[in-house]
Design a protein around this ligand. Structure first.
Ligand code: BDR
Ligand code: CA
Length: 318
């Protein structure tokens, strides 16, 4: 099986950390061209440090990290440190990694890397606010359309929001960027909360990952355990009478899709982002009827096989 050339844009973040761990581990399936970081869950300096730190724990210093944009396109940054801790990685010690980022110009890295590969070969995974990707589309739209696919975590339909009643965090943090990405004409696979709430790091998962015994498995298990201890994460289910049994693993789903697309069901849809309203800022209007909404612009993940995600974690964190 040939390797999938991949760039991962992220804002680690406890669940981004698990996504990174999975991507770093899947050496037999992914050719990781680079990691780009954005401001999001915590400030850019911290997301970049965290990406470098996770890379070090995974022993993947061969993969360059490039820092991206420090704030959303037009708005002030909004962190999610309630969900990730003040340093972004829960209680994990925020040690300075030995090797830092290769550059602070992620947009240039994206443009150069995508342009130097044959069209339709590179995939882009996005697990944070879409600021870097929107900047890429704005400065080099033809380059962005050379990507084979963008798989991203963001939005919600059935599940409502997790940062406000109407919005999911990654879209809420930079709705103008998300709007640019959804209108880009790129091939988009979208993991909203409807999918990621189906994949939960239960206590049994934490124990199984801890038992692998590797430093990167230990880090991932600590991320899951930190999330599981947050009351907000346990009450995010759409069904108030069914208290969820573990925090959702939002971002690892994006990498799991690249490794095992058969574990997920997709529906073509049209997605538009609310950028005007104060009340519903960042809401994603996801419409499955082309006759109502206009041309489809994305594929919405409607079903996820949680056990398949766990077995990928067990395989690649070992
Ligand atoms: C998304 O928001 C962030 O806090 C997580 O890392 C994830 O990417 C979930 O809404
Ligand atoms: Ca994230």
């Amino acid at each position: 099986m040939s390797l999938i050339p991949l760039i991962l844009d992220c804002d680690p973040g406890v669940d981004d950390a698990v996504a990174l761990a999975l991507a770093f581990g899947a050496r037999d399936r992914l050719y990781l061209l680079g990691i780009t970081t954005t401001a999001g869950n915590v400030a850019l300096a911290k997301t970049t440090r965290n990406a470098c730190l996770i890379r070090e724990v995974a022993g993947r210093q061969d993969v360059p990290v490039h820092a991206g944009l420090a704030k959303p396109l037009v708005r002030a940054p909004i962190s999610a440190d309630d969900f990730h801790g003040p340093e972004g990685l829960g209680h994990y010690p925020s040690i300075e990694p030995i090797l830092g980022p290769a550059s602070s110009d992620a947009i240039n890295f994206l443009i150069q890397t995508i342009n130097s590969a044959p069209p339709n070969t590179i995939r882009l995974a996005v697990t944070g606010p879409m600021t870097n990707i929107a900047a890429l589309i704005q400065s080099a739209p033809e380059t962005a359309r050379r990507l084979q696919q963008i798989v991203l975590m963001g939005g919600a339909r059935r599940e409502g929001g997790n940062i406000t009643a109407s919005a999911e965090y990654n879209i809420y943090a930079d709705p103008e960027a998300a709007d640019i990405v959804f209108k880009s004409g790129c091939n988009l696979i979208i993991f909203g909360l409807d999918a990621t709430h189906q994949v939960r790091g239960t206590r049994a998962w934490v124990d199984a990952i801890t038992a692998l015994g590797t430093p990167i498995a230990k880090l991932a298990a600590e991320m899951l355990a930190f999330s599981n201890a947050l009351p907000a994460n346990l009450m995010d289910t759409a069904e108030p009478d069914q208290l969820a049994t573990g925090a959702p693993l939002h971002d690892p789903c994006v990498i799991a899709y690249l490794l095992a697309p058969e574990a997920f069901q997709l529906r073509p849809c049209r997605i538009d982002v609310e950028t005007e309203s104060q009340l519903t800022r960042g809401h994603t209007a996801v419409e499955f009827r082309e006759t109502v909404a206009g041309a489809f612009n994305a594929n919405w993940v409607s079903k996820a096989d949680a056990e398949a995600v766990l077995s990928l974690l067990l395989r690649y964190l070992a």
